[in-house]
Design a protein around this ligand. Sequence first.
Ligand SMILES: *Cc1c(COP(=O)(O)O)cnc(C)c1O
Length: 420
Amino acid sequence: MRSAQALDQADPLARFRAEFHLPSGQVYLDGNSLGLLSRRAEGHLQRVIGEWRALGISGWTDAAPPWISLSETIAAQLAPLIGAASDEVAVTGSTTTNLHQLLATFFDPANPRNIIVADELNFPSDLHALQSHLRQRGLDPARHLRLVRSHDGRTLRPADILAALAPDVQLLVLSLVQFTSGQLLDAAALTRAAHARGLLIGFDCSHSIGAVPHALDADGVDFAFWCSYKYLNAGPGAVGGLYLNRRHFHRAPGLAGWWGVRPDRRFALTALHEPAAGASALHIGTPHLLSLAPLAGSLEIITEAGGIAALRAKSLAQTTYLMEQVESELAGCGFALVSPRADAERGGHITLAHPDAWRICAALKAAGVVPDFRPPDMIRLAPAPLYTSFADCAEAIARLQKIMRTKAHEKFSAARPIVT
Ligand SMILES: *Cc1c(COP(=O)(O)O)cnc(C)c1O
């Protein structure tokens, strides 16, 4: 195994670390929950605040670029990350609201095929949205939402997903990368399988955007949605996004609002909703400019770094390095690797299971390493290719090894506090 130092020296992305505000004294491995602030994202936010200060309402037209089309400007920058054309992307909403919008746009309760398939490992918010959408449409989620079970409680078997696609299924909604295990699904194969059975397929890309390349157009995916505060580093509550394959441009927005109206008719201010072209029709209200601006800075950095392929290459090298370190340095400590070993099946983080995971995470934080705990027993470690070094990865494992050797975690309470 090459040393962390040698890997850092050979790393073509090493210079981007200086673009970020790194919490001092900490090894930050939680970029899959909240990416760190970059100077570029901060700069774009400050620019919009300055424009607001100087221009007031004229910022909508006179800012550079104008606020009125900032979502579209950013959509064009973001489209390569998901393998789509600019007009198939809307930078808007949040993961959950975008799922609601897409369900309202796609799901037809009058179709006798009225079952939605999702999986039991998906993030709860997606399952809440699916259930509440069915209820809104007068359908009982207990009957109309079918969840693919996980054979091991950690990952999904493609065969189990396919087995759920009965003739009564209309829609399949999955996370491309599981937030727990980091398992990466095969979008192309699942889309082929869904379409061969005459059903529609959409992916939650919250844990994949900015971490792995997507080819949503080439794969023929029907729709997708994501957030921008994880691997896109656009800040807490940053504006998310959605993808609408151009095959579906004729669909009327399920949830309509004036920002989805043709830009030249928006200020006609009539009750008639004349939809904007493409995915922009799925905008609802005024864009959240201050939560949108930082994303422009994040995307600028990714483009300069050589795009998602360059990020993915480093991310795979780092997660592989971490897995090797876990095996060599933490053998006999009771950790089990939950993430798939194969590169093609793994997203941007690795997950370790340990019966004492909660206390180990508490001890790691006290030792200056920021991991992420997921119940009941999972520790997620996410190296972010733009700002995490191999030395950070090595340091995190060294501190974890020391905790296990000295049983430092046993000083922490095993009871998890209720977060309110
Ligand atoms: C992060 C994440 C969410 C969060 O939803 P928000 O609406 O952005 O709060 C939802 N689903 C998945 C799969 C996620 O990873």
